[in-house]
Structure formats: C-alpha cells, structure tokens
Design a protein around this ligand. Structure first.
Ligand SMILES: [Fe+2]
Length: 362
C-alpha cells in the first residue's frame, strides 16, 4: 500500500512569470522577496504585471529565516494586511520558507503563537490563511512543490519545521529566465541541495514507486547538467534543465521528507555557517555507503543514477562528482573532527529526519 499526493499546480517555461494575473484571479497579494530583486527589476516586473493587486512588498528576506526578524514582520503583515488573500514568494528557499510562515493565520494573529504551535508539533485549524504562489529564482530547494519550511532560531541554537495543510503552495511558477543572473556559489549550493533531496528521498523509509521515479530522474539530470551549467551560467536552456531537476526532486521529497544527510546538515549550518546546499551534500558519499545493502531496488536505483555496476564504484563516483565541483567530502573540512563524526552520525540518525533513513544506526 502506498499513496502519492501533491496538490501544487505547476506552470513552467521561459516568461511563465507572465501568467501571474491569470493565477491570481483578481486576488490581493503581498510580494515576499530578496533584497536584490529591486535592482534586478523583478519587483517592478511583478508590479507592472498585476498593478493594484500588489498591496505590499517585503524585500528584506535573508538566508535562513530567523524568528528574530520574522516575528515583527509577521505581526505587522497580519495587522496591516489581514485582508490580503495571497502571498507571492519570489526567490530562493529562504523567500519561499519566509512566505510559508507569513501566510499562516494563528487564532490571535501573533507569531509567538505560531512558534508555540510548531514547538508542540500541533496543527493550525482551517482559517484565514493566505494562499501561496511560489516563484523560485534558484533551482534547488523544491520548496515550490512542498509544504515544508525551516524557521531558524539562531539565538537558541535550534530550528523549527513548519508543515501545515495551508503551507502547500497553490501554484508554482518556474521561469528559468529568472535564474540566469544567479552567481556561481548559490547556483552550485542550490543545485546540490536538489541532488541531496533526490537521493534522500531514495534511501528513505517513506519512498514509493512514484517518488523513486522522480528522484532517479532528478539526480541523473543534476549529474548531467550541473557541471556544464557551472561553466555557462547564463545558458537559459541549462537553467531550465536544472529547474526541472529541482522540481522533480521536490516532487519526490514532498512525499518522503529528507533523511540522514539533511539531519547531519543542520548543526553544521548552525555552528559553522556552511550554506545549506553544501552542508546537506558533502556527506552524500558517506550516507550512500551506509544505505547500500538495505534494499535491492534502492541499490539498483543508486547505481543507475551514477552509471555504475557496484556500490564501491558508486561511492567512488559520488566523491569524484563532488570533488570536480570543488566540494570537499571530508567532514573535517566542515569543522567536524574525525573522532566526532560517528557520534554526530548517531545523533543525526536519531532526529526526526534521520529516522527516515533506510537503515537504523546504533
Ligand atoms: Fe535541502
């Protein structure tokens, strides 16, 4: 028995941003985006496309949305724009994650109440939540087709996972023309985040035949496209290929969640500031080594992705793929001493994402 579910309507292609008026159907909206969106002309493009339907622009989103600046923003949005029906999220994973937090309507309309619900693992009642249209400008997060968001609390050294019925986007607009100006470092990190999402949904206890199919296609597409794209960042066809790989990875892990490599990544990002896409991908050869032998179909899928015949060759190929992209696979490079690595793996395996891993680690 298995179930696959994804309610997001996907609209993809060059200049698909022009479909915004159709997708909004006359509703009022807030644009949540990153600071450079103004100078890149993206805010003006949205404004000229939807006119007076755009009621406010939040362009202060920084990487890893933190409760310290989300709280006053949330309270302001729900005080001043309670009647706005829709949030447009334009940007990378942080903009979309931020929008997912802002669209949730708690009974008292306060961010403190939302954090309290997240800490308890509770569910928001159906209510006046705003709808989300996600417009990614990076190919990686997959957040445009998942309900997941990560809210960070740097002051307390922790993070909260946001996942509610209302945080599924209503629509995803995937326009590769919006991605051609992304610099090399975030292109690499986001591409490897997508790679990690695909693999994490394969060595996952929640996998199903549909998620496996999306994941294998996504991982193969990343391996084929990302090295070429890194040499030709302005190539819109390669950007489209990576956007579709990230989309397929998102469709896969929207139903499985992530697993051990992501569980390992959170402390590395919190303690050492390593970008998420690197933190969740440098360990992939090690995690794959642990995954082999648990399930024949998973082993076959991993070998197919890496175009090899044996686990040993797959592990070697994975190290080589990352090294060729200048990504070190040695945990010590990320601040984890060799003597601390096994303890870190055991701790990560016991976390909520780690328990999705196909093997138990003791
Ligand atoms: Fe990720």
């Amino acid at each position: 028995m298995w179930t696959y579910h994804n309610p997001v309507s996907v609209h993809s292609g060059i200049d698909s941003l022009n479909q915004l008026p159709t997708l909004l159907r006359g509703r009022r909206c807030i644009l949540v985006t990153f600071p450079e969106a103004q100078s890149l002309g993206l805010v003006q493009r949205v404004r000229s496309s939807i006119g007076a339907q755009l009621h406010a622009v939040v362009d202060t989103v920084l990487p890893n949305p933190d409760v310290s600046w989300l709280a006053p923003l949330y309270d302001q949005i729900h005080r001043e724009h309670a009647d706005v029906e829709c949030v447009l999220a334009l940007g990378g994973g942080s903009a979309i994650d931020c929008a997912k937090a802002l669209l949730c309507a708690t009974p008292s309309r306060s961010f403190a109440e939302l954090v309290h619900i997240l800490k308890q693992g509770g569910s928001l009642a159906a209510g006046a939540h705003k709808a989300l249209i996600a417009i990614p400008t990076t190919a990686g997060t997959g957040s445009e087709v998942t309900p997941w968001a990560t809210i960070w609390d740097q002051a307390n050294g922790c993070k909260y996972s946001l996942h509610q019925a209302c945080t599924w986007p209503e629509a995803a607009v995937i326009d590769p023309a919006l991605m051609t100006s992304l610099p090399a470092a975030p292109t690499l990190a986001s591409g490897l985040d997508a790679f990690s999402h695909a693999l994490e949904s394969i060595w996952n206890v929640n996998r199903n035949p549909v998620s496996m199919q999306f994941a294998v296609q996504a991982a193969r597409q990343v391996m084929h496209t990302l090295p070429t794209l890194m040499q030709d960042l302005g190539n819109v066809r390669l950007r489209a290929d990576m956007a579709h790989a990230a989309l397929m990875a998102g469709l896969a892990f929207s139903n499985t969640k992530t697993a051990l490599a992501h569980s390992l990544s959170y402390d590395i990002t919190l303690q050492h500031g390593v970008p998420h896409g690197i933190a969740c991908s440098f360990s992939l050869p090690w995690v794959m080594e642990m995954a082999f032998g648990a399930d024949d179909a998973v082993d076959a899928a991993l070998c197919r992705i890496l175009d090899v015949e044996s686990p040993q060759a797959a592990i070697a190929r994975m190290h080589a793929f990352l090294h060729a992209l200048d990504v070190r696979t040695d945990p010590a490079h990320y601040g984890v001493a060799p003597s601390a690595w096994q303890a870190m793996v055991r701790k990560a395996a016991s976390g909520p994402r780690g328990r999705n891993f196909i093997r138990s680690i003791t």
